[in-house]
Design a protein around this ligand. Structure first.
Ligand code: GTP
Ligand code: MG
Length: 149
């Protein structure tokens, strides 16, 4: 089953949005298979956002992302990478639809609450980077009420 890496950024943690974000993913029907609160170092965060290393906003992004603990999660479910991105909303909060996490809870791109993997390949890389210890496999008693077969 497909998995994605969702990370509540330091502003999301500080603003008490961990429960709200978990609630949305749980209620959708996705399954939580790994979670931890951690304060990553600069090098780790630079590796996570390596694709953006040349951007003007990169130093600010790294300083924001290392300013406090982040809540790291792996969620599992059919289509969870693309659907997870839709649930987060557009990168720019001014363009994020109401009803999405960013659309409902933030104003500026440099404080946009949460991260979600943008493709299955990057999800697998990010899961390996953030959870080298592995994830927790479990069978949900809800699965036959969420999936047809
Ligand atoms: P993530 O889920 O965090 O990876 O966001 P994204 O995939 O929607 O966007 P992208 O990977 O392109 O950018 C990563 C993060 O960098 C964004 O979520 C923003 O926090 C930040 N960012 C992107 N573009 C800008 C920008 O133009 N200005 C600033 N200040 N930050 C930006
Ligand atoms: Mg991204």
């Amino acid at each position: 089953m497909e998995r994605t890496y969702i990370m509540i950024k330091p502003d999301g943690v500080q603003r008490g949005l961990i429960g709200e974000i978990i609630k949305r993913f749980e209620q959708k029907g996705f399954k939580l298979v790994a979670m931890k609160l951690t304060s990553p170092g600069k090098a780790h965060m630079e590796e996570h956002y390596a694709d953006l290393a040349g951007k003007k906003f990169f130093p600010g992004l790294i300083s924001y992302m290392t300013s406090g603990p982040v809540c790291c999660m792996v969620w599992e479910g059919a289509g969870v990478v693309a659907t997870g991105r839709k649930m987060l909303g557009a990168t720019m909060p001014s363009e994020s639809a109401p009803g999405t996490i960013r659309g409902d809870y933030c104003i500026e791109v440099g404080r946009n609450i949460c991260h979600g993997s943008d493709a299955v390949d990057s999800a697998n890389k990010e899961i390996a980077l953030w959870f080298p210890e592995g994830i927790s496999e479990w069978n949900s008693c809800q699965s036959s009420w969420i999936y047809e077969g």
